[in-house]
Structures are given as C-alpha cells and as structure tokens.
Design a protein around this ligand. Structure first.
Ligand code: S3P
Length: 179
C-alpha cells in the first residue's frame, strides 16, 4: 500500500522543518512540525516544559503528539523533534506509518546551524551538562542506533542545497512507493 506520510528524523538543526516545507510545496501536501504542536498544546515553550516538568514529561507529550499526527488520514510531510526516535514505540510507529528519512549533518554544521537559528533559545534546552559542541557529538553518537532503526533512507545534508535535498527526497519517496 502506498504511504502518504513523508517523515523526517534526525538530530537538532539538520534541516527537518525547512525541508518538510519545501517537500510539501513540491508535492502539494501539508506539512507540520511536532515541536510547535507540543508547545501549542502545553501553552508554553519547550524550554519551559523542560525547566518546569522535566525532560521525561516532554518526551511523553512528544510521543502523544507524534502518535496523533500519524493517525491523520491525509497526506503529510512531518518534521519530528530530534528525540522522537528515542522511544521504541515511536520508532515502530514512524516506520510503519510513512517513508522515514534520517537527515544527517556533521556536529560542527549542527552547532553552527543551532547558533544561527532564532528558535534555539526557546526550543532547544541543554540535554546534558557538556559544552554545546561536546553535547552534540555525544548525544548524536548515542542516538545513531535509534535513528538507524526507524529510517528507510539516510540523507547527508552537508554541502547540498535545500532545493536539491527536497527534490532528492521526493524522488526517493516516489520510488519507495512504487517498489
Ligand atoms: C530535541 C530536539 C528539538 C526539540 C527538543 C528536544 C532533542 O527539536 O524537540 O529541544 O532531544 O533532540 P529539533 O530537532 O527540531 O531541534
């Protein structure tokens, strides 16, 4: 059966939201990002949820938001928060519900993109006590297996334009659906 969800997973600032928007435009589909959805439901920023209720509570809200989004029957491009694949249930749901693309970037690229993104302060609280670059290297290494487990395709985003990547992902989705 053809899958009508294109799902982008990967570490923070690997281009999931920007690409989701471009892919949706190309296909004439809708797109959404799970982070603003969680914030809208909670009535506060992700940084505030982490500070007031802790990371585990945030992960619970995240798991629920992803499950709700994937229950939608319409075609959708979904940009997921970087930690969504941490939970086994979500990994399985992602893989079963759509074509999953794991966006990769080098730690230095991620660091630079995070610093240049105005949403980082409110949406990306620290995940460890490490320095920013060491945190990226460590957490990324710890998550490799989780990303790998749910991904159908791996996309290296370093050195390619968003337009090129969007076109490539659309082509891969088309061929995945025709297999
Ligand atoms: C997180 C990534 C963020 C956001 C939250 C936690 C993570 O989303 O969900 O700060 O654990 O990697 P982005 O991947 O969109 O930055």
């Amino acid at each position: 059966m053809k899958k009508n969800k294109i799902i982008l997973v990967g570490y923070r600032a690997t281009g999931k939201s920007s690409l989701a928007k471009l892919i949706a435009e190309r296909l004439g589909w809708e797109w959404l990002d799970t982070d603003p959805l969680i914030e809208e439901r909670a009535g506060k920023s992700i940084a505030k949820i982490f500070a007031e209720e802790g990371e585990t509570h945030f992960r619970d809200l995240e798991e629920m938001a992803v499950a709700d989004v994937l229950r939608e029957t319409k075609s959708l491009v979904v940009a997921t928060g970087g930690g969504v694949p941490l939970r086994e249930r979500s990994r399985k749901l992602l893989r079963d519900s759509g074509i999953v693309f794991w966006l990769q970037a080098k730690p230095k690229t991620i660091y630079e993109r995070m610093n240049g993104d105005a949403t980082t302060a409110d949406r990306r609280p620290a995940l460890t006590d490490l320095s920013a670059l060491d945190e990226i290297k460590t957490v990324l290494a710890n998550r490799q297996k989780a990303y790998q487990e749910c991904a159908h395709h791996v996309i290296d985003t370093d050195g390619s334009s968003l337009d090129t990547l969007a076109q490539y992902i659309c082509e891969l989705s088309r061929s995945s659906n025709n297999e």
